[in-house]
Design a protein around this ligand. Structure first.
Ligand SMILES: [Zn+2]
Ligand SMILES: [Zn+2]
Length: 327
């Protein structure tokens, strides 16, 4: 197999030939057909997340077909198309796992961070954390659903029954969740980098009621807002944009510091919460619903060996929607 390997924090990924390993008990081997590029991959290569496994193969929006089954794997078959997300394994026994909050597991393993991921021609995964994807939709179109879609979905659920929903940062996650929110009958207010009129037009094309810069106030108070951008300064702006009792959900895994802000922005029962990782239930709920909603992902494909270019283009905001690597 071949992979784009991060050998050291802060250096480009390197095209590497590796031995094809056999799956152990409970594992599957997947021939990768597409792997999305997520902002978290940038945090991994930049060393912004604690305790990575290095060298590591990044990538946690994997779509592929099973080509080998480890002992004891049930309910999955050779040739079946599966998706492999960020949550790669949980301990199953800590208080969080036992209490139905496996996203907060004390001893998790994350795909493309603490176990090798999908910037490769093949990968090994814990079978219990792979999602059967069926045959509807192309591999490339489905890849962004595996993290941008899933984390976006969990954020949307936690935002509650908000009719007027703000989305700060209109990248891969927001472009999916805007479609879900519209399908649910909500109004979407999209906030982009100030002056980014092309992304604002993109948001409107996906049904946003209003689109503007993150330095602007929406035309009416929001019921809730989700912050997908990794900019802490958006937190007070979003709190200002929500009504009394409104909720602000931070979806980022790594965000710059939040500047101090007057207490009155939180006063009147406004809520500020974060979303971490996903549970398998989130994945099953969302992937069941996605074909019904008819989500159309906007993707830019790169050959696998161009992963460094894809990461650079993501960092610079050179495309709308999501980048996807194809072996
Ligand atoms: Zn656990
Ligand atoms: Zn991700």
């Amino acid at each position: 197999m071949n992979a784009m390997v991060l050998n050291k924090i802060g250096v480009p990924l390197e095209w590497t030939e590796l031995a094809n390993r056999q799956p152990e008990a409970g594992e599957i081997r997947v021939k990768v057909a597409a792997c999305g590029v997520c902002r978290t991959d940038l945090h991994v290569v930049d060393g912004e997340l604690p305790d990575p496994k290095v060298p590591i193969i990044p990538g946690h929006e994997i779509v592929g077909r099973i080509d080998a089954l480890g002992a004891g794997v049930e309910g999955l078959s050779i040739g079946e198309r599966v998706g492999i997300p960020w949550l790669g394994h949980t301990c199953g026994v800590c208080p969080y796992c036992a209490g139905g909050h496996e996203n907060l597991c004390d001893h998790p393993i994350f795909t493309g961070f603490t176990r090798d991921g999908g910037f490769a021609t093949a990968t090994i995964a814990d079978a219990r954390f792979a999602f059967p994807l069926g045959e509807t939709g192309s591999d490339v179109a489905l890849a962004p659903l595996l993290c941008a879609g899933l984390i976006g979905w969990r954020s949307l659920v936690i935002a509650g029954a908000a009719k007027k929903l703000g989305l700060y940062g209109f990248g891969a996650a927001a472009h999916i969740i805007a479609q879900v929110a519209k399908w649910q009958g909500r109004s979407v207010f999209a906030f982009t980098r100030p002056g980014d009129t092309s992304t604002q037009a993109f948001a409107r094309s996906l049904g946003a009621t209003w689109a503007g810069g993150s330095d602007e106030m929406p035309p009416e108070p929001l019921d809730a807002a989700i912050i997908f951008a990794t900019v802490g300064a958006l937190v007070p702006l979003a709190l200002k944009a929500v009504r009394k009792g409104g909720r602000v959900v931070c979806a980022g895994i790594h965000v710059s510091d939040i500047p101090s802000f007057p207490y009155r922005l939180l006063w009147e029962e406004r809520q500020l919460v974060s979303v971490a990782n996903l549970t398998r239930e989130d994945g099953l709920d969302f992937l069941r619903l996605a074909p019904e909603i008819g989500i159309v992902t906007q993707t830019t494909s790169y050959p696998l060996n161009q992963a460094n270019q894809a990461l650079a283009d993501l960092r610079a905001g050179r495309f709308e929607g999501a980048a996807v690597l194809v072996p």
